[in-house]
Design a protein around this ligand. Structure first.
Ligand code: ATP
Ligand code: LTN
Length: 327
């Protein structure tokens, strides 16, 4: 069985973008793949997290993983910091990564362009920890949203470089990006990605938003003056984003939706999106509450830690042997 691996940072509440671009896909893939999913709680430390808030976010993230349909019997679900090998392999891989490569990472370049000065060394080198998360488990595919494609490509380069230097050690994985929904945009500025670390939360739907609040955000989504429902991300990013959300949640093609909404106002499209999103959030939140009340989270994490820890232990030993650190 082919293997897939992915992770999500618990640096805030999960968003509709995380759901459409990543979580929903994980759930689909667990039917046919050996799925490994983890909470990237080391990655989120690249910027300060209030420890108490982080603890709550960790629980919420796992509860939402399960509420979305990830099945701990089929998939391995674990916390990154529970498997210490990630940090060690991360360092070894950082010694096989060039500064020039990290300088080219879009996320890093964006922050520099914005003039952010308090960037941490962890933020700069975090793609090498991500490479470790991935290469540790030899997955065939890494399902991620568009913004993470560059990091998976760097991971491939690091794997190939390591294999060339030390002998065949890592499988070279491929990114798997959804055809639609790989980049859900902010509702208040549809030229930007919907992000949980966005300053204003008006443009972002959180999976734990009250469905009424979420509907309001959708009804006030920024659109344009064209007054025609077309799928044209370049010239009509707001309307195209709404069509994308509706299509991914309803399972209907964009073409089909454009035909249906032809000649109607943006308000009608927004209402349809708000309905679909409210249904999703309502359903997820019922399951989320049941999961939190059931107390199964600790068991899931314990089992995940054991399963992932076994695989990571074997891989790290192999790497230590390759590099000559096995005396
Ligand atoms: P932040 O929003 O704080 O920058 P993030 O949401 O990009 O963080 P993660 O939560 O770790 O970071 O992302 C988890 C997964 O969700 C990744 O695969 C990422 O590509 C995907 N993802 C995140 N935002 C979106 C979005 N707006 N549209 C589609 N996929 C997304
Ligand atoms: N870096 C990613 C989260 C992440 C990840 C991973 C995704 C950490 N490790 C391994 C896929 C595979 C992010 O910031 N969204």
């Amino acid at each position: 069985m082919k293997r897939m691996l992915s992770g999500i940072k618990p640096s805030g509440q999960l968003t509709l973008g995380n759901y459409i671009g990543a979580l929903k896909e994980f759930v689909k893939y667990q039917e046919d793949y050996d799925m490994i999913v983890f909470i990237a709680n080391l990655h989120c430390l690249t910027v300060y997290q209030d420890p108490e808030e982080l603890r709550t976010n960790l629980r919420d993230t796992i509860a939402l993983y399960l509420a979305c349909g990830l099945d701990p019997k089929r998939s391995t679900i674990f916390m990154q910091s529970d498997v210490m090998e990630h940090a060690q392999l991360g360092f070894i891989l950082s010694c096989n990564t060039y500064l020039g490569e990290l300088n080219r990472m879009t996320q890093y370049k964006d922050k520099i362009a914005k003039g952010e000065s308090a960037l941490t060394a962890g933020f700069y080198s975090y793609p090498t920890l991500m490479a470790s998360d991935i290469l540790m488990y030899d997955p065939d595919f890494v399902p991620v949203g568009e913004d993470q494609k560059q990091h998976v490509e760097l991971t491939r380069d690091i794997a190939e470089r390591f294999n060339n230097k030390y002998g065949e050690t890592f499988k070279v994985p491929a990114p798997l990006i959804p055809k639609i929904g790989a980049r859900i945009m902010s509702l208040s500025d549809p030229t930007k990605k919907m992000s949980k670390s966005e300053e204003s939360n008006k443009g972002c739907i959180y999976l734990l938003d009250d469905p009424k609040v979420a509907s309001k955000k959708i009804m006030s989504a920024v659109t344009d003056m064209v007054n025609q429902i077309n799928y044209d991300p370049e010239n009509q990013p707001g309307v195209s984003n709404l069509l994308t959300i509706l299509s991914t949640l309803s399972g209907r093609s964009i073409e089909n939706l454009v035909n249906e909404f032809e000649g109607q106002g943006y308000g009608t499209l927004k209402k349809a999106v708000a309905n679909e999103v409210s249904l999703l959030l309502g359903d997820l939140q019922v399951k989320y509450k049941e999961i939190l009340a059931s107390g199964i989270i600790d068991d899931v994490l314990k089992e995940g830690k054991e399963k992932a820890g076994r695989l990571a232990g074997v891989k790290l030993k192999e790497v230590q042997k390759r590099i000559g650190a096995d005396l």
